[in-house]
Design a protein around this ligand. Structure first.
Ligand code: ADP
Ligand code: MG
Length: 729
């Protein structure tokens, strides 16, 4: 791109006016879920008996027979056709980071020369997409070549444009999971069973425990014209070069600042669309970095929340273009300013309330609260390396460990009140335990009203922080599917709760009173989980040293972190909870390594091209201009005077040469490193080689490109600069 073109593009970006958004005349509460086949619609469009069966399927996991499916499909079709729908699709979440869909029309032959709209139960329940082009990590070649998608009735069907979208799971014909949803649903089932059993110690009426997720989605907006002028953004979602802008986030003037008009129009637009699709959007604000924003809905049941996040990300990307923006979900689009995450607020609840909410009413309630906090932490401690693997990716690796996001070590911040409460439980008078019978039992737990203080007592550096009535898993990447983190967390907590119950039951069997038995096991676990609790500064160098001494996983290389999935303790946990089998885990890891390699490979290729085709030619031209100037000066002045006049230019000419040769030599070295890595046959070794040899070269070379950006004539610089990308509305 010639420089004049850069200025033209920047000019265009400046001129963009806010797009006018069509606001519905009804209130949000009225248009909420307009395009969702929720219970309200089912009640209206299904026969009473079928509606009752569907409620049983959704609420209690009852099996669904073909007759019911046919009746549901009929009702759905009627509702959808009233909205002008002509097509349907199974919508699923393959092991890429997006969603997949294949649309089919409702039409069928009527065998009289015409057509009819048809949609039977069997089409709703099952579909066979051509699975061979989705990643399977070798599962399909090892087992069976075909895969199919199956309806997930717990996540309601919705309409986008002219298409009925049916949330589905994606599995191989021999039953292996080929997506995120199957293991997620299994983990949610496992945690429900395990947590319900533990809840029944405290309240025998508890029948079901639900896992909740409230995600906070961070993102960047960039003007579309500027985006198109950056091949790195287009190809990789992040800028691979670009010198810091003089002003970025140091004034702290963006966070919670007033939202620019053009962005506000975009936010309004996505919120309306999200609400119509039943996503309960609530919060929107500016984030720390310039051009960075956040959107958060009210928390929902985890499976539904995951689907809603996937849907939201695709709405954001689509609607951004209508507003002349590109929505960047990459975890680190710009060096030197904050990256984007997706905090996963997680809790468990029963129909009587949230289990992680400190009630402070009765000692039993408090003991239940302590039990769930401690057992959650036990799951997190036992699998801290695995949890890190669950959020790790080539892109999120840029964010973790930098001074802005949680470090690449999983620990938990509890805040003052809960920490004190645990200390108190741990040290309570042993004699209290020997008193038999519930009446005489002195459960010396303080009431904890001041827990609410923890809402303000925040620790932004903690990857897994307790925030009053939930844990906030902050290490999740902005473009990730939350399911990866959520299935691991819920399964780990399920395992901890199962072990807890086994140990308590053993004590009860040996004659211990129930509450005393619970307290005993809780105390053991409070001692056990100490290494995972860290209330200090997670950014400090001292923490890395201490965490290593505590035995926490401190590995920083993404491909090596993935090894955690295949550790004996991980396989045991996933298999015992019924979430994933060893062959599934092995297959998934192949995909993780392969994806890692491909991402770095693409970055390295486009980066090399940009260095050689965009930067070097422009720099050489500028250098020639300086050389030309020097030789002209030499022509008109005596030699020593000419040299004195040209001193600065000569220095610049030399500097440019140094940077240029570094870039050219090392781009070549990078290409060689790729060749060596590409020859490796093991996906793991290949990913490790890309991490160790290719990725660091991108950063090393970048340093020199960014230096050149500061030297070369601004008018000649071909790529939109950070100050233009980050501040233009
Ligand atoms: P902050 O930025 O202060 O952390 P936000 O209000 O942006 O908080 O987002 C908090 C998210 O946590 C919201 O999605 C909210 O619905 C969710 N949340 C609140 N309570 C719970 C809970 N008990 N379990 C799960 N999520 C929760
Ligand atoms: Mg938060």
């Amino acid at each position: 791109m010639a420089a004049s073109l850069r200025f033209k593009v920047v000019d265009e970006a400046f001129k963009h006016a806010p797009v006018k958004v069509e606001v519905p005349s009804e209130r949000p509460s009225e248009y909420f879920g307009k395009y969702v086949f929720n219970k309200q619609k089912m009640f209206k469009y299904l026969p009473a008996g079928v509606y009752a069966k569907m409620c049983d399927v959704i609420d209690n996991g009852a099996p669904l027979d073909r007759k019911v499916a046919d009746a549901v499909a009929e009702g759905m079709k009627k509702w959808a056709m009233e909205l002008g729908v002509t097509h349907y699709t199974h919508w699923f979440q393959p092991l890429t980071e997006g969603t997949a869909e294949k649309h089919d029309g409702f039409v069928e032959h009527d065998w009289k020369g015409g057509m009819v709209e048809e949609f039977e139960g069997k089409l709703l329940v099952q579909q066979e997409p051509d699975a061979s082009s989705f990643p399977s990590g070798g599962i399909r070649s090892t087992f069976e070549a075909r895969g199919y998608s199956a309806w997930d009735p717990t996540s309601p069907v919705f309409v986008i444009g002219d298409t009925l979208m049916i949330p589905t799971v994606f599995i191989s014909y021999t039953g292996e999971a080929l997506d995120y949803k199957v293991p997620l649903k299994k983990a949610l089932y496992a945690v429900d069973k395990a947590a319900t059993a533990v809840c029944q110690y405290f309240n025998p009426d508890v029948k079901k425990v639900v896992s909740n997720l409230g995600w906070e989605q961070e993102y960047f907006l960039v003007d579309e014209a500027l985006y198109s002028a950056r091949p790195d953004l287009v190809m990789t979602g992040r800028t691979l070069m670009g010198h810091d802008s003089a002003k970025n986030q140091q004034m702290d003037d963006h966070y919670f600042g007033s939202i620019p008009e053009r962005v506000e129009a975009f936010m309004k637009d996505i919120e309306i669309q999200a609400l119509e699709l039943g996503i309960p959007c609530k919060t929107r604000h500016n984030e720390v970095a310039p051009n960075q924003f956040e959107l958060a809905p009210i928390f929902e049941e985890t499976n539904l929340a995951v689907d809603h996040n996937m849907l939201m990300m695709s709405i954001m990307k689509r609607v951004a273009r209508k507003h002349g923006f590109r929505c960047l979900l990459h975890e680190k689009p710009f060096k030197g300013v904050n990256g984007s995450g997706k905090h996963n607020n997680w809790s468990l609840s029963t129909d009587t309330g949230i289990l992680l909410h400190a009630p402070g009413k009765t000692p039993e309630d408090n003991l239940r609260f302590v039990t769930f906090v401690v057992e959650t932490l036990k799951g997190v401690y036992d699998h801290n390396g695995l949890l890190k693997a669950s959020i790790m990716s080539a892109t999120n690796a840029h964010r973790l460990g930098a001074n802005e996001a949680p470090p690449a070590i999983i620990s938990s911040f509890l805040g003052r009140s809960v920490t004190e409460l645990l200390k108190h439980v741990e040290n309570a008078d042993e004699n209290a335990l020997s008193m038999a019978g519930k009446q005489a039992f002195k459960l010396d737990l303080p009431s904890i009203p001041e827990l609410l203080i923890d809402n303000t007592d925040r620790n932004r550096t903690s990857p897994f922080a307790f925030t009053g009535n939930r844990f906030e898993f902050r290490a999740v990447g902005s473009e990730a599917n939350c399911a990866s983190a959520m299935l691991t967390l819920n399964a780990a907590v399920a395992e901890a709760l199962v072990s807890f119950k086994q140990r308590v039951d053993a004590l009860i069997e040996s004659g211990e009173e129930k509450t005393a038995a619970i307290l005993k096991v809780v105390r053991d676990d409070i001692k056990y989980i100490k290494p995972i609790i860290f209330n200090g500064n997670g950014y400090g160098e001292e923490w890395k040293v201490e965490a290593a001494a505590r035995g926490l996983d401190c590995e920083t290389s993404a491909p090596v972190i993935f090894d955690n999935y295949l550790k004996e303790s991980s396989v045991k946990m996933f298999e015992s909870t019924g979430v994933l089998t060893k062959p599934e885990l092995e297959a998934r890891n192949e995909i993780k390594w392969e994806t890692y390699t491909k991402k770095i490979q693409i970055e390295s290729r486009i980066f090399g091209d940009m260095c050689l085709n965009h930067i070097i030619p422009v720099v050489t031209k500028y250098q020639s201009m300086l050389i030309d100037n020097v030789s002209k000066v030499l022509g008109i002045f005596p030699k020593d005077k000419a040299e004195a006049i040209s001193k600065e230019n000569l220095t610049i000419i030399e500097k440019i040469s140094k940077h240029e040769s570094f870039i050219i030599e090392n781009v070549e070295k990078m290409v060689e490193a790729r060749k060596v890595a590409n020859h490796l046959t093991s996906e793991r070794e290949k990913a490790v080689a890309y991490h160790d040899t290719v990725a660091p070269l991108i950063e090393e070379i970048r340093y020199h490109v960014d230096k050149l950006e500061c030297i070369v004539d601004d008018e000649a610089w071909p790529l939109p600069k950070y100050r233009e990308l980050l501040f233009i509305r």
